[in-house]
Ligand binder design. Structure first.
Ligand SMILES: [Zn+2]
Length: 321
């Protein structure tokens, strides 16, 4: 009899353990993907969260920024785990067609802050802000390409298109260097403050900050535009550019523009400002494409068309087309 009691006790214990394990399984099935998605979202906008928050001048609460991009990338991640192959293929289709020839990226000598690169013909000033520079490479792709290099290439192409259309264009940097002094104690903070100072000084029609994105899941790809979440004009501009990119680049899984409350350049700019994330350096195919000159031209053209549409400038529509 005592033996039987012991046995049933053991059986009960085994059952209890089974229940606990089942509960753990359920929790991990429900909670973990959500956590992953949230974690991922922080990663995805990480370029800005870390870069802009790190500068210390912003008082950014990284959390909000993460959530900003969250639903977007969360969705992608969710789908990815659900039907890995199907969606993966779709995602790849969106990024695909990589022909591996990378184009040379040019470097212009000389240091510049708020440099006028296009004089225009009286249509007004646009500030272009190639993100990062100097000691801050931004995201680094698998091939070793630095975000700061690509940002400058895209900004210069966009500047040319805007200049040809009659806009005066001021760039926050025109070289590989950042905007900070070599002996500055807080280089990133000084760099960001100077970018914002250029915008304040120029009082442009609008400002476009150019970046490249990154995400832990290498299948995630495509351009995305961010605006300051309290700015109606920012949202309008972001939507025009996002739509233009989605159409112009024939993006298979189009994203929508995203509001953000913490990115320093959005928060502190005295003009309508958006951040254009041209694509993901964490996606090998997109990383290759982002370095191809014809793709760079397409991206610049799409951003340009979004800008002129926002400005209601119909004359600019045919320029460069
Ligand atoms: Zn960046």
């Amino acid at each position: 009899m005592p033996d039987f009691n012991k046995l049933s006790e053991i059986l009960m214990t085994v059952k209890a353990i089974q229940y606990v394990m089942l509960a753990l399984l359920l929790i991990s099935a429900v909670v973990l993907p959500k956590q992953l998605a949230e974690q991922g979202s922080k990663e995805s906008s990480g370029a800005q969260v870390t870069a802009e928050a790190k500068d210390g001048a912003g008082g950014a609460t990284g959390n909000g920024a993460g959530q900003g991009a969250g639903s977007e990338v969360g969705q992608v991640t969710g789908n990815g785990t659900g039907q890995a192959m199907g969606n993966g293929a779709d995602l790849q289709e969106g990024c695909g067609g990589s022909q591996s020839s990378g184009s040379e990226t040019s470097q212009t000598p000389g240091v510049g802050q708020g440099q006028v690169v296009e004089t225009g013909d009286g249509k007004g000033t646009i500030v272009l802000d190639p993100g990062h520079g100097g000691d801050d490479p931004g995201m680094i792709g698998g091939s070793g390409i630095n975000e700061k290099v690509l940002n400058l290439v895209y900004a210069k192409k966009l500047a040319k298109l805007l200049g040809d259309a009659g806009y005066r264009v001021v760039m926050t940097r025109t070289t590989e260097d950042g905007l900070y002094d070599a002996d500055a104690s807080h280089k990133k903070a000084q760099d960001m403050q100077r970018r914002v100072a250029v915008i304040a000084q120029e009082q442009p029609l609008l400002t476009v900050s150019i970046h490249q994105n990154s995400y832990q899941d290498p299948s995630v790809c495509g351009p995305q535009v961010f605006y300051y979440e309290n700015s109606g004009e920012g949202e309008k501009l972001a939507k025009e550019i996002q739509d233009s990119l989605n159409t112009g680049l024939a993006v298979a899984r189009p994203r929508v523009q995203k509001g953000n409350a913490t990115y320093y350049i959005l928060k502190r700019s005295e003009s309508t400002t958006v951040i254009v994330e041209c694509g993901f350096l964490s996606n090998p195919e997109e990383e290759a494409k982002l370095q191809q000159e014809d793709y760079q031209d397409q991206v610049a053209q799409a951003v340009f068309e979004g800008i002129v549409r926002y400005l209601g400038d119909t004359s600019g529509k045919d320029v460069g087309a």
